[in-house]
Design a protein around this ligand. Sequence first.
Ligand code: R5P
Length: 310
Amino acid sequence: ARLPGGACAAGEHRVNPLIAALPGSTAFAAALRQHAALESLHIDLHRFPDGECLVRLDGELRGRDLLLVCSLNAPDDKLLPLLFAASTARDLGAQRVILVAPYLAYMRQDRRFHAGEAISSRPFAALLSAAFDGLVTVDPHLHRYRNLRELYSIPARAVAAAPDLAGWIVREAPSPLIVGPDEESAQWAQDVAARAAAPCIVLRKTRLGDREVSIDPPPPGMHAGRTPVLIDDIISTGRTLLQAARVLRAQGYAAPVCVGVHALCPAPAYEELRAGVARVVSCNTVEHASNAIDVAPAVWRAAQEMLGPD
Ligand code: R5P
């Protein structure tokens, strides 16, 4: 007999959780399974000709905890199938349904920038909080919010990618100068720099439009002989990193390596960015050609903590 919240009665062992992935997140679910004894549950997603969807959960859920893996890049098309899957898991007797969203959407819409705009992060968080028992994500864009508790009413864990980013840099980018391309990136850049024992500078960015940014150049010749490693949480159009690379190059720095946590950029933007820098790598939070850093072990540790002791 399970206790409320999924705890086990004395002497009982928790049954291994189930894991299921929505389309676009199967690679991350597979990475999680490499580190954990998780039993897979298949989700079938059918699109009717009129555009509506039907989800079908293929397996026994009664009394089981379910990790539902869905990275929320391009979230609008994913949200309804995700909510239907969570609700169906409960209907079918799942004990707890935990959302593993390696990338969490809408976090940048954290204030009303212009009159009448939605502060989308809030209704988005309300929807997910109503549908799930817990949330595990990686480096959500916490800028004006200090933590996920300000938004999410369910237990929510923000896994830091910084240790894995720093590990990659130490292995692959000798003698780095860590560069944050804008003030919002300072939290990641400074953390990674400290872990990689590297110097760090943070540039100043002005956003002129969705695809246009201006970045103030750093003084020339700082930390000569080091390779700039640009760090950002999100690579969306790639313009922030591309423009930062241009101003660095114009000041005499070497072609930078770009390290992003979440790579959202479509192929043309990615190719344009790659052409302007030495290398682009990202974590596997969003399936992308630049994926090189596996954060699944860190995510599994956070999920285990949320699920509680065996
Ligand atoms: C800004 O808020 C984020 O930290 C990223 O700098 C931004 O999302 C990058 O966008 P883009 O690649 O479109 O310049």
